[in-house]
Ligand binder design. Sequence first.
Ligand code: DC
Length: 213
Amino acid sequence: MRVIAIDGPAGSGKSTVAKAVAERVELPYLDTGAMYRAVAYAVLRAGGDPADEEFTANTARSMELDVGLERVMVNGSDATVEIRGPEVTRSVSLVAANPAVRVELVSRQREWTERRGGGVLEGRDIGTVVFPNADLKVYLTADPEERARRRAKEVADLDYETVAADLARRDTFDSTRAADPLAEAADAVLVDTTGLSIPEVVTRIAQLLEERS
Ligand code: DC
């Protein structure tokens, strides 16, 4: 089973890079952040409070979740757009800090990968927790200003200052939480994407893979 772990903070270029790497190496791609977002969405949809740990954990355990390349389905409904919305984005860090939610989603991520015989997984804890024996672990970073600029371009209705403040808040929360905080695995290859184009980063990762096979 071939597993490539791509971790890093928001706006580091993870999603675009991971998708392109998956295509290049012909492995299925899984966006694990979308799974945490889907739990936040399901809780809000059910009228629950994401701060209610028990309710949120039960929602995670009982929900039907299908994260595909194009669409994210939650309990049979298309939630692709909603999981990127401001409401979900505001509460997702809280959901991701819930240890019972993490246990459930990590188990689903392993199962997903095993069923497909491998994959390119992007997230925060893939190389440290989900697949500590991944064939390649990449930790992507970029200057905070560049990350905020990239995110601001993606979300057209928010200004740079708001996006930068939100990123800084999430960075701190995600890296200081008790359960599986965002951290670089000791054996991860650090790739700073500041000033690099997507194809340049993808080529660098493809080279790393070749060196290892
Ligand atoms: O990458 P993203 O912005 O879609 O991630 C959404 C949230 O989920 C973010 O607060 C970090 C968290 N997350 C996590 O804790 N572990 C993962 N493997 C992926 C995402």
